[in-house]
Design a protein around this ligand. Structure first.
Ligand SMILES: [Zn+2]
Length: 468
């Protein structure tokens, strides 16, 4: 059942909005040019165009109708990796290389547009109780490739064809400062005052009676509780030279359907001073758009303004709420520089099958939205939750490592969400130990740790009017 404040367009089918071939090609090539340096203009075109690189047109009218999913993908081998190619019913080899020319048999332009634009979410009518597009309804779930960034592989195919046809090297743009990739460590702050019961039960189970008495004394004296720990979160993250990006809820009132927002007052002067100290120590303060605002530019703008001045550059919606029809337009209208909502709550991986920041497609306006999306790859709650995955404590990093390795391979950004309450040692399932295992992997593989704003500032084309 939909919550009472879910915007109607998250549930009802949106109006058809066919996207012309030229707009699809421009959207895909703009992102290709952000991923690889030295891409020449005009070198890629459809079959029969005479361009040095010709890509087969296998849309079959798909983009002038409203089905959320195309036919099943054709799985091909690409340098030892099985990759799903949509819009590919061809038995020919993927690449045909002749002197000065290349032909690509799969329609990787259409497949890249389909996945990167989020077409499946815009045209699907499936929504969960929070108005979200469910992982179970996705092509990633249906064909089993959520941890594979298929669009990055399509771009690798395109780069290979283009390098052959033009003789240019087309190097991959990697992480800042020569790092192989970047990582963005984020913390959504939903609760500061909870956690007393969890901590008390943990100490009781461990037989830590003095610590239990101390906890009860602190509770009685109204001292900060176990989750009131933002400075600890920052210090634990800084052990790897990583800055924290905190997403702060601007609204303490529950949503009309009872979903809680903050249990703290972000406007209280003492709390504002505390956020200022965290920022002075290197953290970024961003806005955690409250429940029910993902379609509402005025409320997004109001919550951002309340955390300023200056208003924070970044946003992530509470509960990862996102309505593909109206959220891109609302975020752009509210003046957000970047968003980091787009991951599946139910599964780690790549919701848009892409491991680098990108500009979401605004179907209402038929073009890229003017803010950068830093896609979310892994949320602590996803890994161990009755409704999501139920990985054992020692299964988390082995499950995530192949996905993280894909981000490293393509010079992307590994975005991690670890809530402040999961820095409490009472959590042995997806708590501080598992956080440190993930951080150890990222640090050991040479990630450049950045805040969301730093990634925005260093990303090509992020500051231009309208994105690019
Ligand atoms: Zn939240």
């Amino acid at each position: 059942m939909a919550p009472v404040d879910a915007p109607a367009d998250l549930i009802a089918p949106p109006r058809p909005a066919p996207v012309p071939a030229a707009a699809r090609l421009a959207y895909v090539l703009a992102h290709f040019g952000q991923a690889y340096a030295d891409v020449p203009a005009g070198a890629i075109g459809p079959a029969g165009s005479g361009a040095p690189v010709e890509v087969a047109d296998r849309t079959g009218g798909f983009f002038s109708q409203t089905h959320p999913q195309p036919g099943a993908p054709n799985w091909r081998d690409w340098h030892g990796q099985r990759v799903p190619f949509f819009f590919d019913d061809d038995a020919r080899p993927l690449l045909t290389l002749t002197p000065g020319r290349a032909e690509i048999a799969a329609d990787i332009i259409s497949a890249a547009f389909y996945l990167l634009s989020g077409w499946q979410e815009y045209f699907s009518t499936e929504r969960d109780a929070h108005g979200r597009f469910p992982y179970a309804a996705s092509v990633q779930a249906r064909y089993g490739f959520v941890a594979l960034p298929a669009v990055n592989y399509y771009f690798d195919v395109l780069k290979t064809a283009l390098a052959h046809a033009t003789g240019r090297a087309l190097p991959l743009r990697r992480g800042p400062g020569g790092a192989p990739f970047a990582a963005c460590i984020t913390h959504d702050v939903d609760s500061l005052h909870g956690g007393w019961g969890t901590a008390a039960r943990h100490r009781l189970r461990q037989g830590q009676l003095p610590q239990l008495l101390k906890l009860l004394w602190r509770r009685a004296r109204r001292r900060p509780g176990p989750w009131d720990n933002l400075e600890l979160v920052q210090a634990e993250t800084a052990r790897y030279g990583a800055p924290s990006t905190f997403f702060i809820l601007g609204d303490a009132r529950p949503a009309p359907n009872g979903v809680p927002n903050a249990d703290y007052d972000a406007r209280a002067p003492a709390f504002r001073a505390r956020l200022g100290r965290l920022a002075a120590a290197g953290a970024e303060i961003a806005s955690h758009g409250s429940y029910g605002t993902a379609h509402d530019a005025a409320r997004v703008a109001g919550e951002r303004a309340a955390l300023g001045p200056p208003a924070p550059r970044g946003n992530r919606f509470h509960y990862l709420c996102w309505g593909p029809a109206r959220t891109p337009g609302a975020l752009a209208e509210a003046g957000v520089g970047y968003d980091s909502t787009l991951g599946f709550a139910e599964h780690y991986g790549f919701r848009h099958s892409y491991c680098r920041p990108f500009f979401p497609f605004d179907f209402e306006r038929g073009r890229a939205a003017g803010f950068l999306e830093i896609p979310l790859n892994v949320m602590d709650a996803t890994l161990h939750h009755p409704k999501y995955l139920r990985l054992a404590p020692n299964e988390l990093l082995p499950a995530l490592a192949p996905m993280l390795a894909e981000i490293e391979k393509f010079g992307g950004v590994a975005t991690v969400l670890w809530h402040n309450q999961n820095f409490d040692p009472a959590n042995a399932a997806n708590g501080p130990r598992q956080f440190h295992e993930i951080m150890g992997w990222l640090h050991g593989h040479g990630a450049a740790f950045r805040t969301g704003s730093e990634i925005w500032a260093e990303w090509p084309a992020a500051q231009g009017p309208g994105g690019f």
